[in-house]
Design a protein around this ligand. Structure first.
Ligand SMILES: [Zn+2]
Ligand SMILES: [Zn+2]
Length: 244
């Protein structure tokens, strides 16, 4: 699957993605609920592949569809009552441009690991319930001697089924925060707000990039990137954008 043909395929299906996103937005209502449900869907789709309920082609198609629909749903929720459909359409090039290039690379890596037998179909030796996302690994409050922690360390980067799940979450679930902010940004821009500010969490896990954006204070609207853009914490970024 190459990027150009994938972009042309998904572009033909745009209308379908928009209507599915609208349905999901009405169902989940808030960004955190969307994020939680997409987390569950990420687990379900990885388990379905592992347990031979779906074939590779279906996994691949489903991951592309869910990634796009999840991002669009987040934009829709961020726009609230201010013409959310139009905001989704406006966000489409950003959604496709941000998500598809890394997703296609990720799918290629996964396929190579399946072909090489690093990931084995039917292998249920690691319990998903024990899996710890890798961002928790550097939390000093976490007990490094626990079996779950050891399993997470041994899992490696996408080389086990639970680790693959951890990466799928970063396409389906965690990016919803940034796209929700993008939907809200389109609305604030329309409403004529002149300045924006990117406020970091200011806890011990806040990355240096987010601190730098935070330190810039109020800036002309449109001049600061959305959360997760321009920072090394990517989709895990939880900076707040304020407008005035
Ligand atoms: Zn950051
Ligand atoms: Zn941040």
């Amino acid at each position: 699957m190459d990027l150009l043909s994938l972009v042309s395929t998904v572009t033909k299906r745009r209308g379908d993605y928009f209507s599915q996103a609208k349905t999901l937005a009405r169902k989940y209502k808030t960004q955190p609920t969307l994020e939680d449900n997409m987390f569950k869907e990420a687990k379900a789709i990885v388990l379905a592949l592992r347990d031979k309920q779906i074939k590779w082609e279906e996994y691949q198609r489903s991951l592309v569809d869910k990634t796009l629909i999840s991002a669009l749903t987040a934009v829709y929720l961020g726009a609230k009552d201010a013409q959310p459909q139009a905001k989704m359409e406006k966000a489409w090039p950003t959604v496709v441009g941000d998500m598809l290039p890394p997703l296609i690379k990720f799918l290629g890596e996964t396929k190579a690991r399946l072909d090489a037998g690093v990931l084995r179909i039917g292998d249920n030796t690691v319990d998903f319930a024990d899996y710890i996302p890798d961002d928790i690994l550097d939390d000093p409050a976490y007990d490094t001697d626990s079996p779950a922690m050891q399993a997470a360390i041994n899992a490696g980067n996408g080389r086990s089924w639970p680790a693959l799940f951890g990466r799928v979450v970063r396409y389906l679930s965690t990016p919803t925060f940034s796209f929700f902010n993008l939907g809200e940004y389109f609305v604030r821009q329309e409403q004529g707000f002149g300045e924006m500010r990117r406020a970091a969490k200011r806890d011990k896990r806040t990355c240096p990039d987010c601190k730098t954006w935070d330190a810039q204070g109020w800036q002309p609207i449109g001049s600061l990137p959305m959360p997760g853009r321009g920072c090394r914490c990517y989709d895990r970024c939880r900076c707040e954008i304020e407008y005035r």
